[in-house]
Design a binder for this molecule. Structure first.
Ligand code: PLP
Length: 408
């Protein structure tokens, strides 16, 4: 392990505090990344010195909290290269962001309109659209995937047709790791007059995202998958499109005038932030972005790619293992899923867990994808982050071989 990587790992308290004193080989980053000390400290400092509700109070403490919350929003806007901080809505997470857009957009759709998702979607970017389509009499259409778990680009034109009003796709699959050709999808959506939302839950932790360059209309992600806190997510939307949507969730903090019979809403982004927002978490998310900006992200990302290559090689050489997803490094994340002949993913996860190797197994919130791939019990998923090293990959590969031996 390089000195830089060792120093980076030391910034994550979890690795020193693993119960039983055994080393932790954490390869479940696609479910939740670990959090650096800088983020924990920023949230503790906020709660210790500046805790108050936001955009309500006029006392100095409330003004400090307002400042911290507004600064967090501005930081996220710069991170995504949004045109303006008012395009950033803080939510409870990626799922909440998608539900917000699905419900608000649904109100503008008519029976017979089409909404396009893909076979790669996590349930979070599927069920909100499914429910909305059922309620509005719209048709849900699916972009198919290739045998190696990528979106089939040759079929975009067949599925995104003249009745399509909205496209909702993942930036990268939480199962196959494949990165979607987002710009092409945006062009296809816009060519038929549809808007496009991109689920960035997985992609955001593995490279920079420039929403303007991507050419999309909405982009969402969660704090906890990118070294930030739980309980916070982001919805970015183009100002002109967000402004057309009626808030699906209403309450305090988002209104102008309220009478017995009517209500007016505040301007963007507050109209979409009903109730007390996740203030401390916003401070933590901003700290995570600062932390990411302070490390040599390209160097650590290159290391992540090298380890992914090793992981793919090791899995390819393990008898009985079938990788589910692209076997090359081109346009894929360090998220690698696989099935083992005749073995249940949960049994493998349990044995690996006993050896201090944390991986995820099962349906991965992607049942339609598993069905289309013929994987009734799902897969085992390994997912890397910037702090993983060769020791983690070795422990996983050795543990997997032993698990297969024990179970067969
Ligand atoms: N989309 C994808 C691709 C995901 O992998 C996940 C979580 O695993 C989500 C959406 C939902 O994120 P959250 O549970 O943080 O709302």
């Amino acid at each position: 392990m390089s000195l830089e990587l060792a120093a980076l790992r030391r910034q994550f308290p979890i690795f020193a505090n693993h119960p039983g004193g055994k080393p932790l080989h954490y390869l479940d980053n696609a479910a939740m990344a670990q959090v650096p000390r800088a983020v924990i400290d920023a949230m503790a400092a906020h709660d210790s010195t500046s805790r108050a509700n936001v955009h309500r109070g006029l006392h100095p403490l409330a003004e400090r909290a307002d400042g911290a919350y507004d600064a967090a929003r501005a930081k996220v806007a710069r991170f995504l290269n949004a045109a303006d901080p008012s395009e950033i809505v803080f939510t409870a997470g990626c799922t909440a962001s998608i539900n917000l857009v699905a419900q608000a957009t649904g109100a503008t759709l008519s029976p017979g309109d089409e909404v396009v998702v893909s076979r790669l979607e996590h349930h979070s970017n599927l069920i909100p659209w499914l429910m909305m389509a059922k309620a509005r009499g719209c048709h849900l259409r699916y972009l198919p995937v290739t045998d190696d778990g990528r979106l089939d680009e040759s079929r975009f034109g067949d599925v995104i047709g003249p009745r399509c009003r909205f496209v909702a796709v993942t930036h990268a699959s939480n199962v196959t790791g494949a990165v979607s050709p987002v710009r092409k999808l945006a062009e296809a959506a816009h060519a038929v007059g549809a808007a496009i939302l991109v689920d960035g839950a997985q992609a955001i932790a593995h490279g920079s995202v420039d929403v303007q360059k991507l050419g999309v209309d909405f982009y969402c992600f969660s704090g906890h998958k990118m070294f930030g806190p739980t309980g916070i997510g982001v919805l970015w939307g183009r100002r002109n499109l967000l402004a057309l949507l009626t808030p699906p969730v209403t309450g305090g903090g988002m209104v102008g005038q309220v009478t017995d019979d009517d209500v007016t809403f505040l301007d963007l982004p507050y109209r979409f932030e009903a109730g007390t927002p996740p203030v401390t978490q916003a401070v933590g998310l901003a700290a995570a972005l600062t932390w990411l900006g302070d490390i040599d992200r390209p160097a650590f990302s290159a290391e992540e790619r090298r380890l992914t290559d090793r992981l793919l090689d090791g899995l390819s050489a393990t008898a009985g293992v079938a990788i589910v997803g692209p076997k090359d490094l081109e346009r894929r994340l360090p998220v690698v899923s696989f099935a083992v002949r005749r073995l249940h993913p949960h049994d493998i996860c349990q044995i690996l867990g006993e050896r201090g190797v944390a991986v995820r197994g099962g349906m991965l919130c992607a049942q339609p994808l598993m069905t289309s791939l013929g994987l009734a019990a799902g897969v085992v998923r390994t997912s890397l982050a910037l702090y993983n090293d060769d020791g983690d990959v070795d422990a996983f590969l050795i543990g997997l071989t032993e698990a297969i031996k024990v179970l067969t």
